[in-house]
Design a protein around this ligand. Structure first.
Ligand code: FAD
Length: 321
């Protein structure tokens, strides 16, 4: 039995799905032990019950005005105090922008090893074994911690979320935040609405084949009908057809949706690094020799401007029927 501490994360007041994946992984690691979820922000109270429904026994809610906007300094001070207080036997963070920034700092502070970007967890002979992708997702390695407690970041969209009803105790935990060296004066949000790309179950991506910013419109319509998110290749970003925040690949975001529809994307190795672990890949390309077809489960050779609207119409019928 282990006491596992999980940092959860919310975006615009909504709990991020990866938090529940981390709780599911924590349940496995805890082997019947206690699971403590940490929720930062005063608005965390309204989703504390959801954390309980997914296995958390205790939810530590940390409200402090210095934590309203993420800064490495403030969050690491807060997490250091929680960890010292809870004294966990394993720690999980989400592999998000915040988790990626914070985890190494916390690991260094406590002298712990960190296994980042894990996609699976198992316990074998009392050892916690994490699986993580290497070589841009072409292979997987298994890692265990040989000294100190297991500490890992969990990649979104890989661990099937399980419900595990438990009664929760809510603990309001006060932290002292001193000496913040960076102050965020203003947060300017990009006007990217809809589903979060890194957690989307369906991603419709456009490449240089969309030919213009307007060329993304049919993809956006398809994404809307399917409740998915729009992504892009670097080719499309470099050509200024869309914002770099949509870029998927080696130097962009890594996505693992249930369905990835690549439209007008050739399938360069650097793009595959960000999406080849998607469960089903559909490629639409007018060149039958395009390398994307080698990894696609379904390939459609044709003009995306004809194929995508047809798909949208057919999916609309299904959704409305
Ligand atoms: P192209 O290779 O030009 O392909 C366009 C495709 O569209 C073609 O296959 C064409 O047949 C098809 N097409 C054209 N018109 C139509 C139409 N009407 N209907 C259907 N199909 C059509 N790339 C990434 O994506 N992500 C990364 O993170 C990334 N990181 C990189 C890092 C490094 C260090 C380097 C060197 C490169 C990186 N790249 C990355 C760039 C990568 O090598 C490719 O250049 C890029 O992915 C190509 O984008 P594309 O497939 O959109 O464009």
């Amino acid at each position: 039995m282990r006491k596992v501490l999980v940092l959860t994360e919310a975006k615009a007041g909504n709990l991020r799905g990866v938090s529940l994946e981390a709780l599911t992984a924590a349940k496995l690691i805890a082997e019947g032990g206690e699971i403590i979820a940490v929720a930062i922000g005063s608005d965390a109270t309204h989703y504390a019950n959801i954390l309980g429904k997914h296995g958390a026994n205790k939810v530590y809610i940390i409200g402090n005005e210095k934590l309203d906007v993420y800064t490495t300094d403030a969050y690491s001070q807060a997490m250091r105090q929680v960890i010292e207080h809870v004294d966990p036997e394993a720690i999980l963070f989400p592999h998000t922008v915040i988790g990626k920034d914070l985890a190494p700092r916390i690991a260094a502070r406590f002298g712990l090893g960190l296994v980042s970007d894990v996609v699976d967890v198992e316990v074998e002979n009392n050892d916690v074994i994490f699986t993580r992708p290497i070589y841009s997702g072409k292979a997987f390695e298994k890692k265990k911690t040989v000294s100190g407690i297991p500490f890992a970041t969990v990649r979104p969209n890989n661990i099937p979320v399980e419900e595990a009803f438990s009664t929760i105790e809510i603990v309001r935990f006060n932290v002292e935040i001193n000496d913040i060296r960076t102050v965020v004066r203003e947060v300017v949000r990009k006007a990217v609405g809809g589903v979060d790309l890194s957690e989307a179950k369906i991603v419709i991506s456009g490449g240089r084949g969309v030919k213009s910013a307007d060329g993304f419109k049919p993809l956006q319509e398809l994404a809307e009908v399917l409740g998915g998110a729009v992504g892009a290749s670097r080719g499309a970003c470099d050509a200024e057809y869309c914002d770099y925040s949509l870029q998927i690949g080696q130097t962009g975001k890594v996505v693992t949706p249930d369905l990835y529809i690549a439209c007008g994307i050739s399938g360069a190795i650097q793009h595959l690094a960000g999406m080849s672990n998607s469960k089903i890949v559909v490629a639409i390309n007018k060149d039958p020799e395009a390398p994307i077809f080698q990894i696609a489960d379904y390939g459609i050779v044709g003009d995306l401007f004809e194929v995508v609207p047809l798909l949208t119409e057919e999916f609309k019928k299904l959704v409305n029927s």
